[in-house]
Design a protein around this ligand. Sequence first.
Ligand code: HEC
Length: 189
Amino acid sequence: MRKIAVAPVTLVAVAVAAVLGAAPNVEASSAAAARGKYLVAIMGCNDCHTPLKMTEKGPVPDETRLLSGHPQDMKLPAAPAANGPWVWHGAATNTAFAGPWGVTYAANLTPDTNTGIGIWTEEMFVKTIRTGKHWGVAREIQPPMPWPAYRNATDQDLKALYAYLRTVKPVKNLVPDYAPPSETKLASR
Ligand code: HEC
């Protein structure tokens, strides 16, 4: 008996919550994701985080690997030595970079759990860009990731970037680890 009496009240409460609370939240988060998509487009994240593929018209971003970072199946030879006036080099995909900092590979920014930023919280993401440290606490993020510029974005915009990145297709792609100069094999020249 009691259950029957309570149920309609609960249903009404849920319905009211949906109208007053849940629905605007969904809208707010999709508005943030839309803003994030715009920011990714103008801040050039795809330039380094989406691999280029060669076509008849020249290199174009590989949309099937959107924001998935340096392709795990692309094996690179040793980087050229970083001396002389030309001190840095980039791979054909524009996802791997060699210079005085060692060798860096653009990270997988898709929400894949094990190889992307699937387990990252919004707070970790914001802290990472703000501090230039992996997960906001660990090793320093190396060039050419332009975090010293992006750290000037508002919290709201950094959260919007995160909201959009949650919506892109998860791509399983394990990006190689950063190799500091001491571990970088250099080609002789
Ligand atoms: C000029 C190239 C370039 C651009 C543009 C770029 N990135 Fe990166 N990004 C990199 C590289 C390279 C790394 C790996 C750096 C390292 O391993 O130290 C990286 C790493 C990251 C990481 C991982 C940091 C970590 O803790 O592991 C995040 C998050 C990230 N980028 C987000 C972005 C976002 C968001 C944008 C656009 C707003 C962007 N990047 C634009 C090159 C770039």
